[in-house]
Design a protein around this ligand. Structure first.
Ligand code: ADP
Ligand code: MG
Ligand code: MG
Length: 884
């Protein structure tokens, strides 16, 4: 669409929209329109579309043609409806200019309140309301917000002037300042603005409006908004809408106020009492800004009972309308309630699970709706976050608000930059702040937990932490920040780097590392959700497990078999490694055969344990994959040892013996070297030994329990049909030999991993030799993208994400178009060549909800993932089946 195109509607009155129009009107705009449609008390206004924002940004930051006139027309209509005019000296209309994207990004973009005030209209407002204190309070707020958001004048300058005024008048609270104080403050604020900005505070209301609209458009691209989108996988090209709305005032006196509320607890999901915060005689941001400590919503029933009752009724209506827990913002002006926002509330993992189950039981949603709309598979893992072991915990240091559940221990850091730096270096840190602001976002991403001295459950820290699934304790008034850069928590002093534990479930803070409990897989709400998912899904979920312990744990989580058992870890144990090394270094066949026989005994034990844990279920065992030099000391280490031995004259026969072999095995690029099936072809004895161990172990377990595991023997890194044909023959030969020796029979499958582009492209040929395929999407991503994972994640991926070359990490979520495209194509051609072939995925993507949806669509039979992600995958597979 070109920016000069005529006939494009860019501005919608609230009365013209609905909640279906989120794409165009943004979430906030669509929802105020919906509330208007429902007949709720919403101040009037209009919305400039998200498309307009994108056009503005693409069009050299200029308004597209025609926008100006459309805004004028809607403004005139608003003025007529309100019976007031923007900037009028007698009866001024005031508006808010509010950002609002399709997906809510709390606090990430900008909003300006009280727009339309100037030196003349403020007098009109004062005279008209008979409340000069209110008029000047609104004007000083406007100058401050406009200065900060539109003109880039740091809000601290205004805050300092405000604090100085309060100190001078000997008062604590903003509300204790009188009309004359605030009038004087307006003068100071205008001075600050002019000094910093180099021009006077703009008096012309339409110029104020246009500048604010631009600022909201620009805020789509600010750093914190971009960071937030990256973390939440929101595309960068959606744009924000701009909502221009008549102001209502919570700051006109004791019968006015403002607040935020949830229809159910966003932390636990309970409905026992209304959840939220409010402030009397306050406006907008005051509640979340932590300037005054807000009061719990229940107390509003005493202060303004009628408005309170109407609010509760409205929240129930909204919850039934949206069929989801709502997070609302409201303002009360002289006893009258106004709804300013509603949206599906962000919630902790605990609350997510409980709300999904409760809303079904209350008859508000169906099972399918609950699973698709109320269950978030990304949060399932957080249900398994560590909790504090209350019974073994030391005495707490301090208490605060239990803002976001789960417990975390780490080193104290005081700035977001430090949290980012240490966190990226792999250290566990707790970010400790007076309060957080959106500018701290990048540090919060890297911290294990958040601790603040001020703010409640609706503070920035709390909301963001809940969204990220991180523990947070807020409003710990026992925290004192000292001048020398240390803090005191209660009686104890702490410096940066000292360790603490926070428990966001209880709101307690502990010195040092308090004991944490492993997670509970039997959360009753989660089990209900799993039942729904089991009913819906068509894909199986297996686990990646290399040990009997992992296999047992995964079965508790509901794993339906093993999709990948790597055998190399079994070679690494300290009782095995020397034998493996002897096998590799063996000078003759006899020595090799002897080492292999010893290894076979170990391997049989390993496999028996795993088969017992997975009795009756399929178990895919991958034959040895990594290059052999990984089992020997590194070339550098050995060379050093030999050099030292020779220089000092102290012999090191082991190093002398190993060095030539390591030199011989050394490769320039081992990832693409002698590994996988290449190893099997060059060293057939190793694979034969492994197959013999697998088959023997299966026969033993079958004899014990009467139930044979479904054995699937998997050859890694195949690219050519001939590789698989050769190795398949060998596998069958070795297996049959064991079965003949034991006089037993066993069903087993022989298949391959698909992790090279060639194998995917020629899946029909490879399928001729395979009973099953398992897409190894970790290596497939490396080989299709040509990205070495370690180098990507440690180096260039961050730059790629920042520069928007790609918008997500392809090792976490499958690259659908590239890697995914190859998978989908291979599925089709393999099934055409061999209709019954079993197809699954065993990369880490198997536990990533977005990737699971893709694999469902591609028609795979199962996904396999780490034990802790099995429940996530089950839920994601259930949702995928319903959505599809
Ligand atoms: P955010 O997306 O950061 O929540 P909002 O646009 O919702 O920003 O504005 C923040 C707060 O400003 C609102 O919760 C409300 O209290 C106040 N506000 C916005 N518009 C108005 C209005 N028209 N009248 C009164 N208060 C408003
Ligand atoms: Mg809001
Ligand atoms: Mg691999």
């Amino acid at each position: 669409m070109s920016s000069t195109e005529v006939g494009v509607k860019r501005v919608y009155d609230f009365a013209e929209g609905s909640r279906e129009m989120r794409d165009l009107l943004g979430g906030k705009g669509a929802n105020v329109a919906e509330m208007t449609r429902l007949g709720l008390p919403v101040p009037k206004g209009f919305t400039i579309t998200t498309e307009t924002c994108i056009q503005y940004l693409a069009n050299d930051h200029r308004f597209p043609q025609g926008l100006d006139a459309e805004i004028s027309a809607h403004l005139t209509a608003l003025e007529e409806a309100a019976g007031k005019r923007l900037g009028d000296a007698e009866n001024p209309l005031l508006v808010s200019v509010r950002s609002g994207a399709k997906f809510s990004m709390p606090g990430m973009m900008d909003t300006v309140l009280n727009l339309g005030l100037n030196d003349r209209s403020v007098e009109g407002l004062a005279a008209r309301t008979g409340n000069p204190r209110f008029a000047y309070d609104s004007y000083r707020r406007f100058i401050q917000m406009f200065g900060d958001v539109v003109a880039g004048v740091d809000k601290d300058h205004f805050e300092h002037a405000l604090s100085a005024m309060k100190a001078d008048r000997g008062v604590e609270q903003d509300v204790d300042l009188g009309a004359d104080d605030l009038r004087a403050l307006v003068g100071t604020f205008k001075g600050i603005y002019e000094e910093r900005k180099g021009e006077p505070f703009p008096q012309e209301p339409r110029a104020q409006l246009d500048a604010a609209v631009r600022a909201v458009f620009e805020s789509w691209d600010n750093r914190r908004a971009r960071d937030y989108r990256r973390l939440n996988r929101i595309p960068h090209d959606l744009g924000t809408a701009v909502n221009v709305q008549q102001m209502v005032f919570g700051n006109t006196g004791p019968r006015s106020g403002t607040g935020v509320a949830f229809t159910r607890s966003n932390v636990t999901g309970e409905t026992s009492e209304p959840f939220g915060d409010f402030l009397i005689n306050a406006q907008g941001e005051d509640v979340v800004a932590g300037i005054r400590t807000p009061r719990p919503l229940v107390e509003l029933a005493d202060e303004l009972p009628e408005a309170y009752a109407q609010l509760i009724e409205t929240m129930e209506l909204l919850e039934r309308t949206y069929r989801n827990m709502q997070d609302v913002e409201f303002t009360i002006e002289d006893g009258a309630l106004y709804m300013l926002q509603t949206r599906n509330g962000k919630r902790s993992a605990q609350a997510m699970a409980r709300i999904a189950v409760d809303m079904l039981d209350e008859g508000i949603v169906t099972e399918q709706e609950s699973l698709t709309a109320l269950v978030d598979p990304d949060q399932i893992r957080q249900l398994l976050l560590p909790q504090l072991d209350q019974s073994a915990a030391p005495a707490p240091l301090a208490t605060g608000v239990n803002a976001s559940p789960g417990a975390a221990a780490g080193a104290i850091v005081f700035t977001a930059d430090e949290a980012e730096r240490r966190g990226k270096a792999g250290e566990h840190v707790i970010l400790v702040r007076d309060e957080t602001t959106p500018d701290d976002f990048h540090g919060m991403i890297e911290a294990q937990g958040i601790l603040t001295a001020r703010g409640g459950k609706t503070s920035h820290a709390a909301i963001v932490a809940v969204g990220m699934g991180k523990p947070a304790v807020c409003g710990v008034s026992a925290i004192r920040f000292a001048e020398d850069g240390t803090i005191a928590i209660g009686e104890r002093a702490f410096s940066e780097g000292d360790r603490i534990t926070i428990d966001g479930t209880s709101g307690l803070v502990y010195a040092g590392d308090a004991p944490l409990l492993p997670p509970d897989p039997n959360n009753p709400y989660l089990l209900r959700i799993i039942e729904w998912a089991d009913r819906a899904r068509t894909m199986r979920v297996r686990t990646n497990a290399d040990t009997p312990e992992d296999a047992v744990r995964a079965r508790e989580f509901g794993a339906e078999g093993i999709g990948l058992c790597r055998t190399e870890h079994m070679f690494q144990g300290e009782d095995r490694l020397p034998i493996v090394q002897r096998m590799i270094l063996a000078g003759d066949d006899e020595a090799r055969v002897e080492s292999l026989a010893k290894l076979r005994t170990f391997q049989e034990g390993d496999f028996e344990g795993i088969f017992r844990a997975m009795a009756g279920l399929p178990v895919t065992i991958r034959l040895l994959d990594p290059p052999l030099h990984e089992f020997l000391p590194s070339l550098v280490e050995l060379s050093e040892r030999v050099a030292v031995a020779r220089a000092t004259g102290t012999p090191d026969p082991e190093a002398e013996e190993q060095l030539p072999k390591v030199q011989q095995l050394h490769e320039v690029n081992p990832m693409l070297g002698t590994r996988g099936c290449r190893l099997g072809i060059e060293w057939p004895d190793v694979y034969r030994m492994q197959v013999a161990a697998i088959v023997s172990a299966a026969c033993t377990v079958k004899a014990e329990s009467g139930e044979a595991p479904e054995v699937e023997i998997m050859i890694p890194l195949v690219g050519f049909e001939e590789e698989l044909r050769l190795l398949r023959d060998q596998v069958i030969d070795a297996a049959e030999l064991v079965l003949r020796e034991r006089g037993e029979t066993l069903e087993y499958l022989v298949g391959t991993m698909i992790e090279l582009p060639r194998a995917a492209l020629l899946a029909d040929e490879i399928a001729r030799q395979a009973d099953f395929f398992s897409f190894g999407t970790n290596d497939l991503t490396q080989t299709v993208l040509g990205f070495s994972r370690d180098d990507a994640e440690n180096k260039f991926l961050t730059h790629y994400l920042q520069a928007n070359v790609i918008t997500f990490n392809p090792f976490e979520t499958i690259d659908q178009a590239g890697v995914g495209g190859l998978v989908a194509q291979a599925v089709t051609t393999a099934r055409a060549a061999k209709p019954g072939i079993k197809l699954g995925v065993c990369g880490e993507h198997g536990g990533d909800p977005a990737s699971v949806v893709f694999f469902h669509g591609a028609g795979l039979d199962y996904v396999s993932c780490s034990p802790f992600r099995v429940q996530t995958a089950i839920v994601a597979a259930g949702r995928a089946a319903l959505d599809g």
